[in-house]
Design a protein around this ligand. Structure first.
Ligand SMILES: NC(=O)C1=CN([C@@H]2O[C@H](COP(=O)(O)OP(=O)(O)OC[C@H]3O[C@@H](n4cnc5c(N)ncnc54)[C@H](OP(=O)(O)O)[C@@H]3O)[C@@H](O)[C@H]2O)C=CC1
Ligand SMILES: O=C(O)C1=N[C@H](C(=O)O)C[C@H](O)C1
Length: 265
């Protein structure tokens, strides 16, 4: 499968180049960065700490998408919406790891998915997607007398909060409870907040250092507390998940899929 990596010089972009180069049945067909990026012209392999791959980084996605089977996109919301239109025009697979997508961005991805096969998830790891299933089940089993709080920590460079994974886990908890997350979400507490409102789902965000990604879903009841935790220590995990998603989506009908579809969960 010929794969394009967009956002090639980012933390995930470099990881994706490494993963594609090492994946059986996959080849890196292009590496894209934004106009004016310092990495333009550099060999993608060298950029990712590998021997040269003979693929220079460019800022021209059109010809790259026309010659590819799929694009791996861990960039930023505006870029992802732009690439979704191009991937739909080229009828190729679009794997979206970008987080911080607004409801309007998601509507645009849904529109693009009439023509493209899009796999979108706030977390491409097997562990987190398994955890989401557990959270759904525990939330369904324990009633509103157990308060749900989601705690996440990421590196100091992360720009969106709560993380895509925290929101994915919050959605799972809300589904388990049979409620809409948008109606129950409490993402900010500051000052005189009053007592905790029963049935809400709280989020707490920590940022610092080089933490790859840590998430805990806490069910706090009277006299006991259940905590479900996922710790990611290597971004290769997400890159491997993205390649698995691309290979899975290759023979699907156009549509917007999630990692639960890919993993058969
Ligand atoms: N779903 C998952 O499993 C995971 C998702 N993520 C998400 O992936 C995204 C990227 O994370 P990370 O790699 O750490 O971030 P980085 O900032 O390191 O990388 C993003 C890259 O995309 C580039 N970029 C931005 N806009 C464009 C554009 N229009 N065209 C081409 N390139 C562009 C950036 O360039 P510049 O620096 O010039 O802006 C940068 O090189 C985030 O949303 C993060 O939350 C991360 C890990 C796992
Ligand atoms: O920005 C990151 O680094 C990560 N982002 C994703 C998220 O927002 O949950 C996934 C992972 O936790 C790393």
């Amino acid at each position: 499968m010929r794969l394009v990596v967009v956002g090639a010089s980012g933390r995930m972009g470099r990881m994706l180049i490494q993963a594609v180069a090492g994946a059986e049945g996959c080849a890196l067909s292009a590496a894209i960065e934004r106009e004016g990026a310092p990495a333009l012209g550099e060999d993608a392999g060298v950029l990712a700490g590998l021997p040269p791959l003979g693929v220079p980084v460019t800022d021209d996605p059109l010809p790259a998408f026309a010659e590819a089977d799929g694009v791996l996109d861990f960039t930023a919301p505006a870029a992802t919406v732009f690439y979704a239109e191009l991937a739909a025009q080229a009828r190729i697979v679009h794997v979206v790891g970008t987080t911080g997508l607004s409801p309007d961005d998601m509507a645009k991805l849904k529109a693009a998915a009439f023509h493209a096969r899009i796999v979108q998830s706030g977390n491409m790891s097997l562990g987190v997607n398994l955890l989401a299933g557990l959270v759904r089940k525990v939330a369904a089993t324990l009633g509103d007398e157990y308060d749900i709080e989601i705690l996440e920590m990421h590196h100091r460079h992360k720009v969106d909060a709560p993380s895509g994974t925290a929101l994915l886990l919050g959605e799972a908890a809300a589904e388990g409870r049979g409620v809409a997350l948008s109606q129950r979400k409490v993402a900010v507490r500051d000052g005189h907040t009053g007592a905790r409102e029963p049935g809400t789902i709280g989020f707490a965000t920590l940022r610092g250092g080089s933490v790859v990604g840590e998430h805990s879903v806490i069910f706090a009841g009277a006299g006991e507390r259940l905590e479900l935790t996922h710790l990611a220590s290597d971004r290769g995990l997400f890159a491997a998940g993205a390649i698995r998603a691309a290979l899975w989506a290759r023979d699907r009908e156009p549509g917007l899929y999630g990692m639960d579809d890919v993993l058969g969960l």
